[in-house]
Ligand binder design. Structure first.
Ligand SMILES: Cc1ncc(COP(=O)(O)O)c(C=O)c1O
Length: 376
């Protein structure tokens, strides 16, 4: 019988933690403190301790974490910020919202993260920051990027929106750059029941400024030192996320176990498996393979009940909204090639062994009937 396998199923996580979550959220509801209250403060300290940073500042979303980090560091109009094109659009949108100009570089095709040499070549007199993205949960190569940032006096902002619990040379990402930005969008490895984001940093003055910027630039109530909007965090989300944070490592371990099973079972097939560099601790936010003839491959998976997704079909530089940045097709060939071939397979902590086996069988069959398909 055909088994229906979703790419992700958040209701299962809720069912498993229902009692704990409901107790925590109901207590927050009863407290009468709903925004930037005690649950938010507790979540900030627990999250800072988890990633190993001095400060964590909760904000409205991952996009806001990125935008406000740049603003807090004084980066804006007239500045250039180097990032990748092969990412979720918010990475680039946040840079533009801060008023800076994104300079897009290509990826290392092995990890789909920033190509260090391209970043080095892109640094110019106006460059103020580098924003590497830990795409799919695989860390970017932070060592040489931090060295580059140090040499050229640049701010390094980690886009860790997909990388809760990922490590670089044994240390949790987010706390390795000057600033780290996280998203708690529901599908993330640590996901809320709505939007939310976090900035982590060791820098006292940046943290202090971020706390003002997220709340209309107030130094204290009704005393405004910056013109800024509302990007606050609510206590119901914080209550739920505090419960979930306690499970994050176990969930990531389960993801790694499933990834190892896929890796072993799919070896030798005409597809490219995700690489894990020796210095990387991957949290497998997404398990992304690469195939030629992606559409027919996905159709065949779907016929056997296995869902798949594409993160991301169009690199930012080829999106109509970003045409004005002036990049043409062919400008970033590795990003363009990846965008044509990547396929996300089902992987989330609650995925059963039987479902993982069904995915493997479905992939094997899909590739057996596409003998022309090669890895991409
Ligand atoms: C790499 C990356 N950057 C930024 C974001 C933006 O986060 P949010 O959706 O919380 O604004 C996301 C998530 O969507 C993301 O995956």
């Amino acid at each position: 019988m055909k088994m229906k396998v979703p790419v992700v199923d958040l209701a299962r996580q809720y069912a498993a933690l229902r009692q704990e979550l409901e107790t925590a959220v109901l207590a927050a509801m009863a407290s009468g403190r709903y925004i930037l209250g005690p649950e938010v403060e507790a979540f900030e300290s627990e999250f800072a301790a988890y990633v190993g940073a001095r400060h964590a500042v909760a904000v409205g979303s991952g996009t806001e974490a990125l935008r406000l980090s740049l603003l807090a560091a004084g980066i804006g109009r007239g500045d250039e910020v180097i990032t990748v094109s092969f990412t979720a659009v918010p990475t680039v949108a946040a840079i533009m919202a801060a008023g800076a100009r994104p300079v897009l570089v290509d990826i290392d095709p092995r990890t789909c993260t920033m190509d260090v040499e391209q970043a080095r070549a892109a640094v110019g007199p106006r460059t103020a920051a580098i924003v590497p993205v830990h795409l799919y949960g695989h860390p970017a190569d932070l060592g040489p990027l931090l060295e580059l940032a140090g040499q050229r006096g640049l701010l390094l902002v980690e886009d860790a929106c997909q990388a809760h619990g990922s490590t670089y040379r044994g240390r949790r990402v987010g706390a390795l750059g000057h600033v780290g930005c996280f998203s708690f969008y529901p599908t993330k490895n640590l996901g809320g029941m709505g939007d939310g984001g976090m900035v982590v940093t060791d820098d006292d003055s940046l943290a202090c400024k971020l706390r003002m910027l997220r709340n209309h630039g107030q130094r204290r109530r009704f005393y405004h030192v910056y013109n800024s909007l509302n990007s606050r965090f609510d206590d119901l989300q914080a209550a739920a996320l505090r419960v979930k944070l306690r499970y994050l490592d176990a969930w990531n371990e389960r993801r790694r176990h499933l990834a190892a099973f896929y890796r072993q079972s799919l070896a030798g097939l005409p597809l490219t498996l995700p690489e894990e560099m020796p210095w990387a601790g991957h949290n497998y936010h997404l398990f992304v393979v690469r195939v030629e003839e992606r559409d027919s491959f996905r159709r065949r998976l779907a016929r056997t009940g296995v869902d798949s997704d594409v993160h991301y079909p169009v690199p930012v530089h080829l999106q109509p909204a970003y045409r004005r940045l002036g990049y043409r097709r062919g400008a970033l060939p590795q990003s363009e090639r990846a965008a044509e071939r990547v396929v996300t397979l089902p992987l989330f902590p609650e995925l059963t062994e039987a479902e993982a086996e069904a995915v493997v069988e479905s992939v094997q069959r899909a590739l057996a009937v596409c003998p022309g398909s090669r890895s991409g």
